[in-house]
Ligand binder design. Structure first.
Ligand SMILES: [Zn+2]
Length: 307
């Protein structure tokens, strides 16, 4: 029932000594971002058809439950499934319809800047995706390069964080998300977009769509306000972002217990404490979740008696 649930569960024998925040043994938490027919230079996802197949496959091995039920039961039960979506991008409206058709609940982790009164409602990461899609990767890279040419890159950290990304895109993505300060990355992307003119409201689900998703029995969860890695912020800035995100979600979508997925899966002990203080029932990084890309392999592995 508390944000400690995952940790408590992992203290059970067999969880692994280093796995303070690893997935509770025996559950399956899938993560989705983009769900569309075709990838672009900015976006890699899976097709609606593959998404549907994955949900059916998860459903055949696990009991897929709501976020509230998962928070309540994860510590005591085994073989629960949780279908999670990060970023509330427009593609996910299709995913919600597919889930509705299958009678399966999901949890949609939404950053709050796109739903705020801010004059610029883009989060840097999504503006990056949108610009790369719109301009094509080479042109996008050409425009960003002059701003990041002197930035030092920790290659091992980059490869670990962006293992899912094709190598030639890792450097720029890592540089903007982790090597330059968030405000600077944002300024670079905004400057480029000032000429291009892409609108956040065309990229994210609308407030009405999110409300409909919640009304259909899915959950909305926290995903920060600005969608920056919390480890790149000091404690005060972390608190400011998370409090603002929680307050905005409560104002727009109602007060109720919610889960939190850390943007980029990044957090430290301070982040955890702030999250508890903001009332989140459970926090998720990336280690305890299975990315869409690996869902079928992971199901196969676990089905063969892995875990
Ligand atoms: Zn995200």
């Amino acid at each position: 029932m508390t944000a400690q649930t995952l940790q408590e569960k992992t203290k059970r024998p067999g969880a692994g000594p280093a796995g303070l925040r690893r997935a509770p043994i025996g559950h399956f938490i899938a993560t989705y971002h983009y769900i569309r027919e075709r990838d672009s230079d900015g976006v890699t996802g899976i097709t609606p058809q593959r998404f549907r197949e994955q949900i059916l496959a998860i459903k055949s091995q696990y009991e897929i439950v709501t976020a509230h039920e998962f928070s309540a039961r994860a510590a005591d039960d085994d073989r629960l499934g949780l279908i999670t979506f990060d970023d509330a991008v427009k593609d996910q409206a299709i995913a919600a319809e597919i889930l509705d058709g299958l009678g399966v609940p999901g949890v949609f982790f939404a950053p709050m800047r796109p739903y705020s009164d801010e004059p610029d409602r883009w989060c840097a990461q999504h503006l990056l995706h949108a610009l790369a899609e719109h301009l094509g990767w080479r042109e996008f890279e050409r425009r960003v390069e002059p701003h990041i040419c002197g930035v030092e890159i920790d290659v091992a950290k980059m490869d670990a964080l962006y293992h899912y990304e094709v190598p030639h895109k890792r450097r720029l993505k890592f540089a903007l998300a982790f090597a330059v300060p968030p405000q600077q990355a944002w300024a670079i992307l905004r400057e480029i977009n000032a000429e291009v003119g892409l609108r956040a409201e065309d990229w994210f689900m609308t407030e009405a769509e999110l409300r409909a998703v919640q009304a259909a029995g899915h959950s909305l969860g926290g995903h920060g306000f600005d969608h920056v890695p919390y480890t790149s912020l000091g404690p005060k800035a972390q608190a400011a972002d998370m409090q603002r995100a929680a307050a905005t979600m409560t104002r727009l979508f109602g007060a109720m217990p919610r889960m939190l997925a850390y943007p980029f899966g990044r957090y430290d002990e301070t982040t955890e404490m702030i999250a508890r203080g903001c009332g989140y029932t459970m926090t998720l990084g990336t280690d305890e979740r299975v990315d869409a890309k690996y869902v079928m392999d992971e199901l196969g592995r676990r089905g063969q008696g892995g875990i």
